[in-house]
Ligand binder design. Structure first.
Ligand code: GLU
Length: 482
């Protein structure tokens, strides 16, 4: 049997980190077993679904590197993979259920249903549908529908009965049908419910494993009933625990960003994101934290997925991002930083500037946690005029004797024979000694003078990258400004 898994995001919001984890686990499972990973679009909610959200979801699946074998945009044998384009098929299945007595029309109005629900709750009875319209003889029901009376269609849940299944994460499940009411599969306006559309798609697309969030666990008995009524092969279900914020409450906007986009824009790289998402509920054993993708594919198993809620902690994600950034090859690091640097400067860098960037990049790489930290630190290399960070200026340039330091540095640096880091360092250390200055007192003003900020790559290297002419001009410009 070929493993066939899917994700089925609804394009009603930006790609959520929780969906990212679900997508990753499905993808890992498919890759581990030589299976097929499918992306379908649960876009039946026409009012809330947008093309923008759909694009965001696919863009971020690609960003994570989770390629799909069938589905939206890539096509496949079960096209179309969008629920809004399969409405006829859902009606076909509902009609077959009606004809077989596996479903029945329900003429109860929303007002009536609401009243009965309230009464049931007041009396301490289950609030689900009471099955009233199930008693209407089929011929009578058909006549009423033909006469134009509005009706939804409900699935006739076998009673008495129970649904048993083995969840690949949570183990044995037993749900008595007292807890499953006759649920709606077609609304009175003819639109299919999630229960119907999702189950029909899973059967039609030959899905073997449904790996999804625990919030959908209560729907699973309904999906199993529909699958059985369609004569579909049994599907294995795996429900992933919900994500929590660091405070132990369900992850929500209250905790900060939940959209993958926000983390990408903040400078998280996809490899780190994938690694971090993978460990939200799955552990490869031991206390491993940094797990290369190839290892994940080899070792991923639903049996090792935890039933306990996992905590999504942006601080840990940033830590992991730093680990991944430092591990990048130097060229790769520059290639990823370049678009951000060019966007920051507002133009493309020329060859000479690219050389300067390549020269300082490893020095930034050693300390970086986020890709977005780089551009502000190297900006001084690519602008004609640095803009001075006000706080840095006030703190460093306001100190006594700074004008003397700048003048002495200009003297020392003008005499440097070869403009390289070692010679610059020798000259400036000589200057510090002659003036009996600490490195902090003597060098911080130079750093602010050339870079505009007290946070920059190491000073001597920064000066080499900037070049003698520009370095001297900036020191002189600062001296004049004091
Ligand atoms: N469309 C559902 C959602 O976005 C997922 C359905 C499923 O995985 O069965 O929550």
């Amino acid at each position: 049997m070929t493993v066939r898994v899917r994700i089925a995001p609804s394009p009603t919001g930006y790609f959520h980190v929780g969906v990212g984890r679900t997508a990753l686990y499905n993808w890992l499972y498919a890759r581990r077993h030589g299976g097929v990973f499918i992306v379908r679009s649960d876009d039946t909610d026409a009012e809330r679904s947008t093309q923008g959200y759909q694009d965001d979801i696919l863009e971020h699946l690609r960003w994570l590197g989770l390629d799909w074998d069938e589905g939206v945009e890539v096509g496949g044998p079960h096209e179309p993979y969008r629920q809004s384009l399969r409405l006829g098929r859902y009606h076909e299945v509902a009609d077959a259920f009606l004809a077989a007595g596996q479903a029945y029309p329900c003429f109860c109005t929303p007002g009536e249903l609401d009243e009965r629900r309230k009464a049931a709750m007041a009396e301490g009875r289950p609030p689900g549908y009471d099955g009233r319209c199930r008693q209407i003889p089929p011929a009578g029901a058909a006549a009423r529908r033909e006469a134009g009376e509005a009706a939804s269609v409900r699935f006739a849940v076998p009673r008495p009965g129970a649904t048993d299944f083995t969840d690949a994460v949570r183990g044995e499940m037993h749900i008595g049908h007292d807890h499953v009411d006759d649920f709606v599969i077609l609304r009175s306006d003819g639109s299919p419910t999630y229960q119907l559309a999702s189950s029909v798609d899973d059967v039609d697309f030959g899905i073997t494993h449904v790996i999804r969030g625990e919030d959908l666990l209560s729907s699973t008995p309904k999906h199993i009933l529909i699958t059985g009524a369609m004569g579909g092969d049994p599907i294995t279900y795996a429900h992933l625990s919900l994500l929590m914020g660091p405070d132990g409450r369900k992850l929500s906007k209250r905790h900060g960003d939940t959209a993958l986009r926000a983390y990408r824009e903040r400078g998280i790289i996809p490899e780190a994101m994938v690694n971090y998402l993978a460990l939200l509920g799955w552990s490869p054993g031991e206390d491993e934290t940094v797990v290369p993708l190839g290892d994940m594919i080899e070792r991923f198993d639903l049996g090792d997925v935890s039933r306990n809620p996992a905590v999504f902690d942006p601080a840990k994600l940033e830590w992991m991002n730093g680990v991944y950034l430092r591990a990048l090859e130097a060229d790769d690091f520059v290639a990823r930083a370049l678009p951000l640097v060019e966007a920051d400067v507002g133009r493309a860098l020329d060859d000479d500037e690219l050389g300067r960037l390549a020269f300082v990049a490893p020095l930034v790489q050693e300390r970086a946690k986020l890709l977005t930290e780089i551009a502000p630190q190297v900006r001084f290399l690519f602008v004609d005029e640095v803009s001075y960070d006000e706080a840095a200026w006030d703190k460093v340039m306001g100190a006594e004797g700074v004008d003397g330091v700048l003048a002495a540095a200009i003297d020392a640096l003008s005499a440097v024979p070869e403009w390289d880091t070692a010679s610059i360092e020798t000259a400036l250390r000589g200057m510090l000694e002659a003036r009996e200055l600490s490195a902090r007192k003597g060098l911080q003003p130079l750093r602010v003078a050339i870079s505009g900020s007290s946070i920059s790559p190491p000073l001597f290297e920064s000066m080499e990258a900037l070049g003698r002419t520009r370095t001297l001009a900036r020191l002189a410009g600062c001296a004049a400004r004091l």
